[in-house]
Design a protein. Structure first.
Length: 320
């Protein structure tokens, strides 16, 4: 028997493709009784607010007006399943000791898929070649801290391999790219700072409690204000221009929710410009350098200068 979500996707797809669907078709497709099929219609009408009506002439259900909420919903759910299955099968996140959980999670999500998509799901694969394994002893303490609103002590290793002692109030965990970060109020810096999981050492709880709501507004702003995981005080707008062939690859990419993309053609060469907010330059420069000579930081001048300095450093180091 198909899941209710899969049956609702079927009803919506049938109406959009041929204009209507009968109760018998729903029953046969989902292998359900008449009462169950009618409940699916009621869910579609009253829970999802679809304008579905019964047409006595057609003896079938149809939409009384255009309804687009579920457009490509099955396809979106399918891609979510592919991503979730890839993560579940990553032993860094769900180790071999959780084999039963792995199967249950994959099967439960797969049950939601339309039957036709279930049959081809193995033809899609999500994988990542760049991820860091999680120290679950660190994660365990972070979970306890977040649940109990309890402060932590830790040693943190910076990029220069300098270790510093910190007392923090853990507030939020973020997965950016394929790496896990802890956002916390740092008593040493007296502000919200971001800690990469893999650089956290000797983490332990201390008997001091805090109210996380104090930093709620600042935390939201920190998460949403600019590109990347590294945040700073002053948010600026960067302009990045891409040339052929990278311009064709990135023209549909979104690096930030507030990004503005401009596309133009210059001498038969496709140019794509991203305008997006950023606070700290390191991550943005690193991402632009990934595209080599086919990407250029245009503005602001200070960001462009740092980008050019990085190129010069690489040239001096590797071409000297």
């Amino acid at each position: 028997m198909a899941s209710q979500i899969a049956r609702i996707f079927y009803i919506d797809q049938k109406i959009r493709s041929i204009g209507s669907v009968t109760l018998k078709q729903i029953m046969e497709h989902g292998d359900v009784a008449s009462a169950t099929a009618k409940r699916d219609i009621e869910t579609l009408k009253y829970t999802i607010s679809a304008p579905i009506i019964y047409d006595r002439k057609l003896r079938a259900y149809k939409y009384s007006e255009e309804f687009t909420l579920l457009n490509y919903a099955g396809e979106q759910l399918f891609m979510f399943y592919v991503l979730a299955r890839g993560l579940v099968n990553n032993k860094s996140y769900l180790p071999l000791t959780a084999e039963y959980a792995r199967a249950v999670i994959s099967d439960k999500i797969k049950e939601l898929l339309p039957e036709a998509y279930q049959q081809i799901s193995e033809k899609f694969l999500y994988t990542s070649s760049d991820y860091e394994s999680i120290d679950f002893s660190v994660l365990s303490i972070i979970l306890e801290s977040l649940m109990q609103h309890q402060q932590c002590e830790l040693e943190y290793q910076t990029k220069g391999k300098v270790t510093s002692q910190r007392v923090i109030n853990p507030l939020k965990v973020v997965c950016y790219g394929t790496k896990w970060y802890l956002m916390a109020y740092c008593h040493k810096n007296k502000g919200i700072r971001i800690f990469l999981f893999s650089r956290i050492k000797n983490l332990q709880l201390i008997k001091q409690f805090f109210d996380p709501d104090i930093w709620a507004a600042e935390l939201t702003e920190t998460v949403e204000d600019s590109f990347g995981i590294a945040r700073g005080e002053a948010v600026q707008t960067a302009t990045i221009r891409f040339y052929n062939p990278s311009s064709y690859y990135v023209k549909d990419q979104i690096w930030h929710s507030d990004q503005v993309t401009n596309v133009s053609t210059v001498d038969d060469d496709l140019h794509v410009e991203f305008h997006l907010p950023y606070a700290k330059p390191e991550e943005l420069i690193g991402k632009v350098l990934k595209y080599g000579a086919t990407a250029e930081i245009i503005n602001p001048s200070s960001l462009r200068k740092q980008w050019l300095e990085q190129i010069e450093l690489m040239s001096n180091r590797f071409l000297s």
